[in-house]
Design a protein around this ligand. Structure first.
Ligand code: GDD
Length: 355
């Protein structure tokens, strides 16, 4: 069985992290986002994953070479010279996806995180006999997603509308698909969208079916959603493998700490915090709802809430960072500085407060 991961785009919303690292390789809970997906695909018997990309191909391939061996799965690339959209990129990868067996293939948006119930999806797909299956989930505000209207008894999709201006339902496309190869005959090799042009058409033909996704789900392509997704994932760990989470007098709620991180006494960590490898946290520091990627140094008495600290960045003594402050790689916040949502480019230094 094969799979394709839609990993194109510049990851603009996760800037400045994506200035140095492609979005699919940015760590989420101390592991590159794309590895969660590749591991889940491998788990249901997928033998080859095609990455549809148009940006920083060499970096991604270099990184995945070692994992190809470790995971025992073939990883290839289909590179667009210009973005072909979510359907055109499938047309470009057609030869890689068709293996003559007629088996369906998975397609995943690269920026969604969930429990990936892919085996259930295979069963669901076999059961309905249509051409395509999509997973759907419920959100409070569907405006930035594909909204799906379903016939509840069968799961048949009656209507698929990408980011409609008005909507009466809150079931949305979760970005995880299982498609019959015949769908590739209906997609032209040009920039085109699966959500706007392909799914509405198949729904009209009554061949598109939706399965409700059990468990948590989040599109983590934007900083606020990344932190919200982290909260859901840590909660999932708490319920399913709590030994992975940190415990102790300085820990509050769900916290994940790489074992190489050094945390001095007298700091307060949590809730919803992830601390990456080689980080150093000095005494008196308070961290909540935030992520520290590899090699971050937080000096004495700093306070960080709802923020993301990029690789090898540093935060000065007594600094206060909040409201989605994002530090690019090796960015530096000086002592006593206050940041209310500042975004620092890689290597940038913040010497005075931004309110
Ligand atoms: N290869 C390739 N080429 N990939 C692309 C391209 C392209 O030209 N354009 C987008 N992608 C990839 C992105 O990297 C992402 O993984 C996925 O396709 C979806 O594209 P986004 O642009 O991030 O879409 P979105 O987040 O606004 O909406 C999508 O995801 C929602 C769920 O999070 C849609 O699929 C919605 O219907 C869905 O609800």
């Amino acid at each position: 069985m094969k799979a394709l991961i839609l990993a194109g785009g510049f990851g603009t919303h996760l800037m400045p992290l994506t200035v140095t690292v492609p979005r699919a390789l940015v760590e989420f809970a101390n592991k590159p986002i794309i590895l969660y997906q590749i591991e889940a695909l491998k788990g249901v018997g997928v033998s080859e994953v095609v990455l549809a990309i148009n940006y920083k191909q060499e970096v991604i391939l270099e990184f995945l070479k070692e994992h190809e061996k470790k995971l025992g799965i073939k990883i290839t690339c289909s590179q667009e010279t210009k973005p072909l959209g979510t359907a055109g990129s499938l047309a470009l990868a057609k030869d890689k996806l068709i293996d003559g067996t007629g088996e369906p293939f998975f397609v995943l948006n690269s920026d969604v995180i969930s429990e990936y119930p892919l085996m259930e999806m295979i069963e669901f797909h076999k059961g309905h006999g249509g051409q395509a299956s999509i997973m759907v989930t419920e959100v409070i505000d569907p405006s930035k997603y594909g909204v799906v209207v379903i016939r509840e008894a069968t799961g048949m999709v009656q209507e698929f509308a990408e980011k409609p201006s008005t909507f009466s339902r809150n079931k949305i496309n979760a970005g995880i698909y299982l498609l019959n190869p015949s769908i590739l005959d209906q997609i032209e090799l040009k920039a085109t969208s699966i959500e706007k042009e392909v799914f509405p058409r198949i729904a009209e033909d009554k061949k598109l079916f939706a399965m409700s996704l059990p468990g948590f789900w989040m599109d983590i392509g934007q900083p606020r959603d990344y932190i919200a997704g982290q909260r859901l994932y840590l909660q999932f760990l708490q319920q399913n493998s709590s030994a992975k989470l940190a415990t102790g007098p300085k820990i509050v709620g769900n916290v994940l700490i790489d074992e190489s991180a050094v945390i001095e006494d007298g700091s307060l960590i949590g809730p919803n915090v992830v601390i990456g490898p080689d980080c150093k946290i000095e005494s008196g520091v308070s961290l909540s709802f935030c992520t520290l990627l590899r090699g971050v140094h937080i000096k004495k008495d700093a306070f960080i809430c709802s923020s993301i600290m990029g690789w090898n960045s540093s935060v000065g003594r007594g600094a206060r960072l909040q409201n989605m402050t994002i530090l690019g790689e090796k960015a530096k916040v000086c002592d006593e500085v206050f940041s209310n949502g500042a975004v620092l480019q890689p290597h940038e230094e913040m010497k005075s407060s931004i309110f």
